[in-house]
Design a protein around this ligand. Structure first.
Ligand SMILES: [Zn+2]
Length: 81
C-alpha cells in the first residue's frame, strides 16, 4: 500500500517536472524566435498587445460608427473626421 502511494507520488512529480521542462523549452524557443525577428512570433506578440475592443462614436453627418481614436473620413465634404 505504502509502495503504491510512493509510486503514485513519483509519477505525479515526474509529470509535473516534465511539464515545467516543456514550458521552459517553449519559452526559450519563443524568445529565440523573437530575437531572430521571426515574423510569426512578432505577429503573435502584436496581437497579444493589441486592444481587444475599441470605443466607437457616431459620425454626426453620415451616422456611421467610427473608432473614437483616429476616425476615418467617410468621404463626405462635411464629415467632421
Ligand atoms: Zn462621416
Amino acid at each position: 500500500m505504502f509502495l503504491k502511494l510512493l509510486v503514485l507520488v513519483a509519477v505525479v512529480v515526474g509529470v509535473w517536472q516534465a511539464f515545467k521542462y516543456a514550458q521552459r523549452l517553449q519559452l526559450r524557443r519563443e524568445e529565440k524566435a523573437r530575437l531572430a525577428g521571426d515574423p510569426k512570433a512578432r505577429a503573435r506578440e502584436n496581437a497579444e498587445r493589441a486592444p481587444r475592443a475599441q470605443d466607437l462614436v457616431q459620425c454626426s453627418v453620415c451616422s456611421a460608427y467610427v473608432p473614437s481614436k483616429n476616425p476615418p473620413n467617410c468621404g463626405r465634404p462635411d464629415c467632421p473626421h
